[in-house]
Design a protein around this ligand. Structure first.
Ligand code: PLP
Length: 387
């Protein structure tokens, strides 16, 4: 069967497609229908921090699938309670209330709704180059014009400020602001870490004006940046935290986590989700968090990220503008379009990467990757750039 032709014929068409068909994954690798092996340094766009098919996550999913897969949140669940406990145990104390979702976008959507309900205010402040999702709410705080323009009118009012511009932030956030939403490291927007001054100013200014601070750690959370949560680099605790990607160890799972003060102001029945908090996802999430925490995998991410970035910085190429990142969230900004180089990396070296904006090659390696594999990848990046 020509699976590629079938997929292309029936696909919605919103994604550009690879011209190989992936059938299987294991650890840091995926395999195509021809039996080719690819070093997967994108791993579900950051989902597979633990790599593909982590044994503890697989075992938890298998066991729970046989017991109970679905249970609406009106019924209490042992698996859900366990997930809440394991998740809130690794967060600062005020972040004690969880709304489980099936994706990152839904976590952001919940965050915006909880923020409006809790403050009684309407305005959001977001950053230029932000990415928070593609539903109407989350898209409204996402910067990229090509994602937004066809779908206007979006949720308003939203003020976009330049990322890392403290003065613009202080001017934009006022007594009418419901929340400021920020990524501690912008992912899709080009792998751009926040400055400590910017996130700290966001915390201070929101506190002073009675607005809430939402940190979107969907891409940065759970070890990726070299700390369990990226906000730990900055000494800033948000009022609302959004999580997804690695949270389910590969299983679709997101969460919005907030404080008693915020959650208590959301009217009962004002938000919900049929699949959110299902026992299967909860079991996967519990296993994934435990696997990350038990082995302190953020420390490995920090070390590997440093090795990878050092190797990338040694590449001699006039095409590179900057190598930047935090932990295993790494971007190579080029002076030209990045897509052709990612394509060559896949075709010639069987290494998978993705773009972050037009000119940045983005790498989100799984923490199970080895130092040797990252050094080989850096060498391959050098080769495709210098051909
Ligand atoms: C920071 C951030 N927020 C939100 C999202 C949306 O998450 P999802 O694709 O799971 O809906 C993403 C996805 O890339 C993201 O990186």
């Amino acid at each position: 069967m020509d699976w590629l032709a079938v997929e292309k014929r029936h696909d919605s068409g919103v994604y550009a497609k690879s011209d190989f068909v992936i059938t299987r994954g294991e650890g840091a690798y995926v395999y195509d229908t021809e039996g080719n092996r690819y070093l997967d340094l994108i791993n579900g766009i950051g989902v597979g921090f633990l790599g593909h098919g982590h044994p503890k996550v697989v075992a938890a999913i298998k066991a729970q699938a046989e017991r109970l897969m679905v249970l609406p949140q009106v019924f209490a669940s042992d698996r859900r309670a366990e997930f809440y406990r394991v998740l809130t145990d690794v967060l600062p104390e005020p972040l004690s209330r969880v709304f489980p979702t099936n994706s990152g976008t839904e976590a952001v959507e919940a965050a915006l709704k909880f923020a409006r309900a809790a403050t009684g205010r309407k305005k959001f402040v977001a950053a230029m180059r932000s990415f928070h999702g593609r539903s109407f709410g989350s898209l409204s705080v996402t910067w990229e014009k090509k994602y937004r323009e066809p779908f206007k009118p979006l949720v308003e009012p939203v003020t976009f400020i330049p990322y890392n511009d403290v003065r613009a932030l202080e001017e934009a956030v006022d007594e009418e602001t419901a929340a400021v939403i920020l990524e501690p490291v912008q992912g899709e927007g080009g792998v751009r870490p926040a400055t400590p001054a910017f996130l700290q100013a966001a915390r201070e200014r929101t506190e002073r004006t009675g607005a809430l601070l939402i940190l979107d750690e969907i891409q940065t959370g759970f070890g990726r940046t070299g700390r369990l949560f990226a906000f730990e680099h900055y000494g800033v605790v948000p009022d609302i935290l959004t999580l997804a990607k690695p949270l389910g160890g590969g299983f679709p799972l997101g969460a919005m986590v907030t404080t008693d003060a915020v959650a208590d102001r959301m009217p009962k029945g004002a938000h919900g989700s049929t699949f959110g908090g299902n026992p299967l996802a909860m079991a996967a999430g519990t296993a994934a968090i435990q696997a990350i925490v038990e082995e302190r995998l953020w420390e490995r991410a920090e070390r590997l990220g440093r090795v990878f970035m050092e190797a990338l910085r040694k590449i001699e190429s006039k095409k590179i503008r900057e190598v930047r990142g935090l932990g295993l969230m790494v971007g190579v900004e080029l002076k030209e379009k990045a897509a052709p180089y990612s394509k060559r990396l896949a075709e010639q070296h069987r290494i998978l990467s993705i773009q972050a904006g037009p000119t940045v090659m983005r790498f989100l390696p799984p923490v199970v990757v080895t130092e040797e594999e990252l050094l080989r990848a850096a060498e391959a990046v050098g080769e495709v750039l210098n051909e």
